[in-house]
Design a protein around this ligand. Structure first.
Ligand SMILES: C[S@@+](CC[C@H](N)C(=O)[O-])C[C@H]1O[C@@H](n2cnc3c(N)ncnc32)[C@H](O)[C@@H]1O
Length: 379
């Protein structure tokens, strides 16, 4: 069977590497989605372990549909009864982009009707109570091609369950995990986020460093599907728990000027099971003093307007520049919507600028590569 990991814009490469590292074969990569070969019993593992994907979907079918008849017949020809139980409750979410069928309401109702027709035949029934497990069907049309999927995740994978305190402008956990995976950070290297807010980037790094499955603390929609044996979930969770590496080796530091943010970050880290891996401290970035020659900095800067006035942001940039301009052993990764940032940080041109989206705002991930530490002197 084919599973689909959906991704935010620009994160396809990161998610593709995650999927390959789990041992799956990639079928195809498209904008916002990676398709891969899997077995039914891989659904728990994919949900538990994918760090930067938005959702895991089961691919039911893909076909051309320019008319409602074509959509109806295409949907009815798919084996819904293999998944949806006789008492299954199911919802259809429809979407039409650059297609002749553009009305999401019509796509939804046609799809629902076609699935009901299919199930009526398969179960020899006229009526369904819909009192059993929940199934969400997605019918997405793009350029007249309909993609039909079943959502195996339920709530988006960014909902890990550890973030009780979100702070003022929190990053999605999936994006934070991607920022870490796009950096040079490895668990033996020093990592700081000088404006860590609710601590998302550092918590995701610590979970990665400890080999913790990000989904261990939550449930998934497909856990209620009888087609997946509960033993598969049990085994995947057991394996994930056994894979966790002990705490104690990492050097991860988080600062923020806001005492409430730091308290929230500490609580969140505790809930994620990584409080022993991160040291949080209330500190203004203007007072940050770095004595280490080598390290990695990953941060999501305030963008002004919403969070700070212009003068304050200017001050932050000036002190950041002073602290890090000459630190050639530091790799610097900054996510911000402020396109002026590289003008203030005078270390040279960024080695790479990646366009991403954070809560629908276009942002850039500015990457400045530092020199690597000599082999013995880890830093
Ligand atoms: C965009 S938020 C970071 C959000 C964080 N990545 C998260 O996921 O929660 C920016 C943070 O910068 C902090 N900040 C603003 N001015 C600061 C300063 N002068 N020194 C340190 N932190 C500051 C704010 O308190 C805020 O938490």
């Amino acid at each position: 069977m084919t599973l689909i990991a959906t991704t935010a814009f620009g994160l396809e490469g990161v998610v593709k590497r995650e999927i390959q590292a789990m041992g799956f074969d990639i079928v195809q990569v498209k904008e916002g989605r990676i398709e891969f070969d899997a077995r039914l019993t891989d659904i728990p593992r994919a949900n538990l372990w994918l760090r930067s994907a938005d959702r895991v979907l089961v691919k039911m079918g893909e076909f051309e549909a320019r008319t409602f008849d074509e959509l109806f017949e295409g949907v009815r020809s798919l084996p819904w009864e293999d998944w949806i139980t006789r008492d299954g409750r199911f919802t259809v979410l429809g979407k039409g982009v650059k297609s002749q069928l553009g009305s999401y309401r019509a796509i939804q109702s046609i799809t629902k009707k076609a699935v009901v027709e299919r199930l009526k035949g398969a179960y020899a029934a006229d009526w369904f109570a819909e009192t059993g497990p929940a199934f969400t069907i997605r019918a997405s049309l793009l350029k007249d091609v309909a993609l039909l999927t079943l959502d195996a995740s339920g709530a988006g994978l960014h909902k890990r369950g550890y973030r009780a305190h979100a702070g003022v402008a929190p990053l999605k956990e999936t994006l934070a995990a991607a920022l870490v995976q796009l950096s040079f950070w490895r668990p033996d290297r020093l990592l700081i986020d000088p404006m860590c807010g609710s601590g998302t980037i550092l918590i995701e790094a610590a979970m990665l460093g400890r080999n913790m499955a990000p989904g261990l603390g939550r449930e998934f929609a497909s856990e209620a599907w009888p087609v997946i044996p509960s033993s598969a979930w049990h085994l995947a969770r057991q394996e994930a728990r056994a894979a966790i590496r002990p705490a104690g080796e990492m050097r991860i530091f988080g600062y923020d000027v806001d005492a409430d943010a730091i308290a929230g970050a500490q609580t969140n880290a505790g809930r994620a099971g990584v409080s022993a891996d991160i040291i949080f401290e209330q500190k203004d970035i203007r007072e940050l003093w770095i004595d280490q020659q080598y390290g990695i900095l990953i941060s999501n800067f305030p963008y002004g307007v919403k969070l700070l006035d212009y003068k304050e942001l200017n001050d932050i940039y000036i002190s950041f520049n002073k602290t890090f301009r000459k630190k050639k052993g530091w790799s610097i990764y900054v996510l911000t919507a402020d396109k002026m940032f590289p003008r203030y940080f005078k270390r040279g041109r960024p080695d790479r600028v990646r366009k991403l989206f954070n809560a629908n705002i276009e942002v850039n991930y500015y990457q400045y590569y530092g020199e690597r530490p000599p082999r013995k002197q880890q830093g």
